[in-house]
Design a protein around this ligand. Structure first.
Ligand code: 4GY
Length: 259
């Protein structure tokens, strides 16, 4: 248990059962047990006024699929808002601002979040316009529903809630928080299928280990995501290492010889 107030997330969805295993296992399960994270789920269908509890209907103008009706969505959002008046109301959809580490860090500073998951062809635009503060996308692809995106967002934001990661771990020490890709990791056995762990990691020399890891991060970023180097904060030593790595990658062209 912890004495800080939990970070509250209220998720509105037609499929609340999709969330149970993701939010019960591993780090998120532990965060909830420790009282650091409080997740509530509401079935939007419960707000339907139709006799069969439908929350969707045919799209005006025709076309395939169904559209979630404004009334049950707006009523569900308004009830969640009465419960968490300071919460930011987010719709998960591909038209939104893209989720990044820095957006996740920003969201972790909110008082609480209300997440609306669309399904089928989406939600009546009027409910979104009336009730949603911001649309957020987890990437340029279309899912069958916003539920998986909501899980990704909660997982990503949870890492920035104090106490969710072990006391040893800092979210700032991992990939992207310093703008670079992560260095490679190794664990026992020292030799696996004939492949050795880099000797430096067994040396006990913490300065050498830190230098090796920084170099590996720089090398991986240069090779796999060179675009990140344009905005990563780099020291003079980092720049020197990058020039060395570039020289290793691109050995001087052999002088042409006459046959
Ligand atoms: N991508 N990022 C996404 C998504 C599914 C609108 C109903 C995404 O966040 N959410 O693909 N959501 C929605 C998209 C219609 C289904």
């Amino acid at each position: 248990m912890s004495d800080q107030a939990p970070f509250r997330v209220h998720i509105l969805t037609l499929f609340p059962e999709m969330f149970s295993s993701v939010f019960s296992a591993s780090m998120l399960g532990r965060a909830r047990e420790k009282g650091l994270l409080d997740i509530r789920l509401t079935d939007i269908r419960a707000f339907s006024l139709c006799k069969h509890h439908n929350a969707d209907d045919y799209p005006f103008g025709g076309g395939a699929g169904m559209v979630m009706m404004a009334q049950p969505v707006a009523d569900a959002l308004r009830e969640a808002s009465r419960d968490l008046p300071a919460a930011k109301k987010i719709y998960l959809g591909p038209r939104g601002r893209q989720l990044t580490t820095s957006l996740a860090r920003e969201l972790a500073r909110e008082d609480a979040l209300i997440l609306l998951c669309g399904h089928y062809e989406g939600v009546d635009q009027r409910a979104l316009d009336a009730c949603i503060d911001e649309e957020i996308s987890i990437g340029d692809y279309i899912l069958t529903g916003g539920e998986l995106a909501a899980m990704v967002l909660v997982d990503c934001v949870a890492r920035f809630i104090p106490g969710v990661l072990g006391s040893q771990d800092s979210p700032e020490e991992e990939s992207f928080s310093d703008g670079l890709l992560e260095y490679p990791q190794y664990t026992r056995p020292r030799i696996w299928e004939g492949v050795e762990t880099p000797e430096v990691l067994l040396s006990g020399n913490h300065a050498r280990i830190a230098a090796w890891r920084r170099r590996e991060s720089l090398a991986a970023t240069q090779r796999l995501r060179p675009d990140l180097l344009l905005s990563a904060p780099l020291s003079d030593t980092d720049r020197k290492i990058l020039r060395e790595l570039e020289a290793e990658e691109m050995p001087k062209e052999e002088s042409p010889h006459v046959s």
